[in-house]
Structure formats: C-alpha cells, structure tokens
Design a protein around this ligand. Structure first.
Ligand SMILES: NC(=O)c1ccc[n+]([C@@H]2O[C@H](COP(=O)([O-])OP(=O)(O)OC[C@H]3O[C@@H](n4cnc5c(N)ncnc54)[C@H](O)[C@@H]3O)[C@@H](O)[C@H]2O)c1
Length: 248
C-alpha cells in the first residue's frame, strides 16, 4: 500500500518499540518520516518535555519540507505505583513525559497544521487510560489525559481540517513491556497478563503501527476524536475459563 506517498510524517519515540514500528510502517507506505526521541538513532534527539526543542524541531521540518501531514506521538515512559507509596517526583516524571510531552508535540504540530489547513495526529494512549490497572496511578492518569486531550483537539480543530485520534494498545511486546514482565519474580504476572488478552498473546508493535497508518491515512477520512482500542480483546470482557470446563 502507498497510502502516504508524498506526505511528511513526524513520529516521536521513534527509536524503539511502537514508535520505531510506526516509523517503519509509514515509510513503507510512502511517507517521508522524521523521527524524534530522547535516545540516539533518530533525526531529532530531543526530550518531549522541552517545549523549545519540540517547537524548533517542527520549525526546521517546515523549513526543510514545507509541510507536516501527520504526527504519531509514541514517546512515553512507564511508572507509578499505589498512590500512598508514590513520591511526587515519580508522579511528575510520568505526567511530564506522557501528558505534558504529548501536549507539546500536539501544540507545535497543530500550529503548523492549522496554518496549512490540514493534518492528522495519532497519539498513543493505552487501555490503561480507559480502564485502570492495579498500581497504575500516574501512568493510568497520564494516558487518560492523552485520550481526553485527543478528543478535545478533535472538537476544537475538526472545522479547521485537522483530525486527531488516539490508539489504546493492550500489552505490546516492546522493551517497555519487557522491562516489567522480564524482571525478577514477574513470571506469574507475565503469564496472567498475557492470558487477559483474549487472543492469548501480547501484540506486536507492527500491529499498532498498522492501526496508526490507517488512522492517519485518508482511509480514515471521517474518523476523528476516536480512541481506537487495539488490545487483542483485553477490554472486551471477562474470561474465567467456563468454556474449558464445558470441554471446549
Ligand atoms: N508496550 C506496551 O504494552 C504499551 C501499551 C500501551 C501503550 N503503550 C505506549 O506506547 C508508547 C510506546 O511505548 P513502547 O512500548 O514502544 O516503549 P519503548 O520504551 O520501547 O519506546 C518508548 C520510546 O519513547 C522514548 N522516550 C521516552 N521518554 C522520552 C522523552 N522524554 N522524550 C522523547 N522520547 C522519549 C524512549 O527513548 C523510547 O524510544 C508509549 O507511550 C507507551 O506508554 C505501550
């Protein structure tokens, strides 16, 4: 498919996991992809918490390419814990990267997109932004914020040519997920978490990238303000093994 031929796309968190897969997929579909990350190996090494750095990167892309058609915002960190055990610095770190960083990227993308009169933004939220998970606190709150930020922007900018959506992935096999599931003593947790996905497995980063490519493409031209759940059935409902007991 060449749905993105001739377009310019920015992908944050492009050095790893979902962001790297999105960069690859959008490029495979014909987009010129510009990547941001705090880690090396991308076009702009920057911290999304730094508004000036984000603004200046978008400005340089406009100078170089004259347009920014789409943004996939995947930069993020995991963190949190039960609220009574959470110190303020950890709360700030998670909220600052996941929510304020998303605000910075969306704001400076929108400024250019509003001037050109078109654009499509996809923010990577999480199922934990629509259904909580234990110990999620700061992370869950940050991702719920990303869902509502995306919807608010869709409301504000729909008549100005912008579409803004988000994706709520389930467990996706990336360094972020592995940093929890592969740590010592987490075997049972890993097994139980995997089992909660009705398809019986974690997702692949490419499966989120496929959804992101769809949402930014013209195939999704009437979709805005949507939180697309891509979770292998995690949030569909309860599965307690009744069918196995019935011999299925
Ligand atoms: N993996 C999952 O199961 C899962 C599920 C739901 C949502 N998500 C979300 O998907 C997104 C991508 O996660 P991933 O699983 O690919 O993780 P990852 O750790 O593989 O990739 C995250 C990337 O974001 C970058 N990053 C972190 N802080 C940054 C900052 N301040 N500025 C710029 N870049 C920064 C990292 O360097 C890294 O390259 C995140 O927003 C995450 O919350 C992941």
């Amino acid at each position: 498919m060449n749905r993105l031929e001739g377009t310019v796309s920015v992908v944050t968190g492009g050095a790893s996991g979902i962001g790297a897969a999105c960069a690859q997929r959008l490029s495979d579909e014909g987009a010129h992809v510009v990547t941001f990350d705090v880690s090396d190996g991308v076009d702009y090494v920057l911290d999304v918490r730094d508004e000036e750095a984000v603004a200046s990167a978008f400005q340089s892309i406009m100078v170089a390419h004259g347009r920014i058609d789409s943004v996939v915002n995947a930069a993020g960190v995991i963190g949190g814990g039960p609220v009574h055990m959470l110190d303020g610095d950890e709360w700030d770190r998670v909220i600052d990267v996941n929510l304020k960083g998303t605000f910075h990227v969306n704001k400076h993308a929108a400024l250019h997109m509003l001037a050109q009169g078109w654009g499509s933004i996809v923010n990577i939220a999480s199922i934990e932004g629509i259904e909580g998970t234990e110990g999620g606190s700061a992370y869950n709150a940050s991702k719920a914020g990303v869902v509502m930020l995306s919807k608010s922007m869709a409301i504000d900018y729909g008549r100005r040519g912008l579409r803004v959506n988000c994706i709520c992935p389930g467990g996706i096999d990336t360094p972020m997920l592995r940093s929890i599931t592969d740590s010592e003593g987490m075997n049972l947790y890993q097994e139980k978490l995997r089992e909660e996905h009705l398809l019986g497995r974690f997702g692949e980063p490419s499966e989120i990238a496929a959804a992101a490519a769809f949402l930014i493409s013209d195939d999704a031209s009437f979709i805005t303000g949507h939180a697309l759940v891509v979770d292998g059935g995690f949030t569909a409902g309860l599965r307690v093994g009744l069918l196995e007991q019935m011999g299925m």
